[in-house]
Design a protein around this ligand. Structure first.
Ligand SMILES: [Zn+2]
Length: 454
């Protein structure tokens, strides 16, 4: 039957791992040569400074001698390029300016926005990545997608609309700027069967739909809910709420203006997001402290570093985004190939206990697995300023509900202690506290508190 293929691009998406590695290497060599020839900055600062040329990069270890690039450095290249060349696209821009057809951007919440510079080729790469994600999860031409995200140059805005259309889906780019009532009015008018929104907006819609239009959210006909911007499917309680609230399958997905893209599958318990763009993005992990490479083994945690392949505009090369991820290389029950990953948070939250790196987000993820025995809320208590911590690692964790017996609480502490020891290689000292007793803050709550502040 027409349109019954399982993958958008089966030849690439099911390529055996050894062949994918060979393809990556071949594209990497070509890309490094291109970057070297077309960006003076790359040539001088990233190759010559460490006595490298593309010609003497013969192994992956050689490639890893190229110095990392950070977001701050990226911002600096934008300022410097404005000064030197009169355009702000950055010193890493390799394509002629008249070939650049789109600028994507991060929202710039932590400083000057960083720009992603794309040619027609790069826009096609992005559109292909979007198509791979939505196709795998069951969307086909004929689906109507309501895009309830901020509609702008940011990566969940226009670039996403473009990708959805390129795949042949019907997009209703209603945005969120007109408010909840307008989102619901257009839902009734255009009858989408797919929502793309932040999970927090999804939760809000479940609450507001009966009040605003006199129907339950599950009566809207939504069969797929894609979480953007924040984890949704990865948080068991939230996933269940969205699944039941809309009567929909719930997926997490990531990847906007660049070549690192992933999507979760429909397996429980949540196995992370599948990395779907290995032919366009080389992924590495480094230790956030030492910046040394971390082996890409099952369960490994590190700061994500990526290098674009087959990219013309502003190709990122060993770019350290400051995000911490955990990778999983064991096969997934869904049958999709390639490694999976979970985004854990920012790398600069890391603590070090007896030489072991501890990631607060990884602890939160473990505690989340014990819901409803815990509420998922916790704090890490430090006696002195981090990142160095003396063992044991003190944790306050809320137990799940008021009528838990002492035995149930004891079992929760024992279970948590065992898993934290095994998986995170640190000895915790857990104090259970009453549900809802830890402060909730709007926005991002810090998991770390200092003893003197209690
Ligand atoms: Zn899977």
């Amino acid at each position: 039957m027409k349109n019954e293929k399982k993958y958008w691009n089966p030849a690439i998406e099911t390529l055996p791992s050894a062949q994918m590695k060979a393809l990556q290497w071949q594209r990497l060599k070509t890309q490094l040569q291109y970057n070297y020839e077309h960006s003076e900055f790359y040539r001088e600062e990233k190759f010559h400074k460490v006595n490298l040329t593309p010609a003497n990069i013969n192994t992956f270890e050689d490639f890893q001698k190229i110095p990392l690039m950070t977001k701050d450095e990226h911002r600096w290249t934008q300022e410097e390029s404005l000064r030197r060349f009169g355009h702000p696209y950055g010193l890493t821009t390799c394509a002629p300016i008249d070939k650049i057809i789109r600028i994507n951007s991060t929202s710039g919440t932590t400083g000057q926005p960083t720009l992603y510079t794309l040619t027609k080729n790069d826009v096609n790469v992005l559109n292909e990545m979007h198509a791979r994600k939505y196709w795998r999860t069951g969307l086909r031409p004929g689906n109507i997608v309501l895009q309830a995200l901020s509609l702008s140059m940011f990566t969940g805005g226009l670039p996403l609309s473009d990708g959805l259309q390129a795949m042949g889906l019907c997009v209703v780019p209603v945005g969120i700027e007109g408010g909840t009532q307008r989102v619901l009015d257009f839902t009734l008018l255009t009858r989408p069967d797919v929502f793309i929104a932040t999970p927090s907006f999804g939760e809000y819609l479940i609450e507001q739909t009966p009040k605003l239009i006199g129907k339950e959210a599950r009566e809207l006909g939504i069969r797929w809910f894609y979480c953007a911007g924040e984890p949704g499917a990865g948080i068991p309680s939230l996933r269940k709420k969205l699944q039941e609230g809309f009567g929909a399958k719930v997926f997490d997905h990531t990847g906007g203006g660049h070549a690192f893209h992933g999507i979760s599958c429909d397996v429980e318990p949540y196995p992370g997001m599948h990395f779907i763009s290995p032919d366009h993005c080389v992924l590495e992990l480094v230790d956030p402290e030492t910046k040394e490479p971390v082996a890409m083994t099952d369960g490994a945690i590190g700061e994500m570093v990526f290098t674009f392949l087959d990219w013309e505009g502003g190709p990122f090369m060993r770019y350290a985004l400051g995000d911490l991820i955990q990778i999983f290389t064991d096969p997934c029950a869904c049958g999709w190939p390639e490694m999976r990953f979970k985004i854990l948070g920012r790398a600069d939250d890391m603590l070090i206990c007896k030489g072991v790196n501890i990631y607060p987000a990884a602890i939160k993820s473990v505690v989340g697995e014990f819901v409803p025995g815990t509420t998922g809320a916790l704090r890490i208590i430090l006696d002195s300023p981090g990142p160095l911590v003396s063992p044991p690692l003190k944790l306050k964790i809320e137990y799940g509900h008021e009528d838990m017996t002492d035995e149930e609480k004891h079992n929760i502490v024992r279970g948590l202690t065992d898993i934290i020891r095994q998986r995170l290689r640190v000895n915790p000292q857990i104090e259970l506290v009453r549900p809802q007793s830890l402060p909730r803050e709007a926005g991002k709550t810090s998991l770390i508190v200092h003893e003197k502040d209690i």
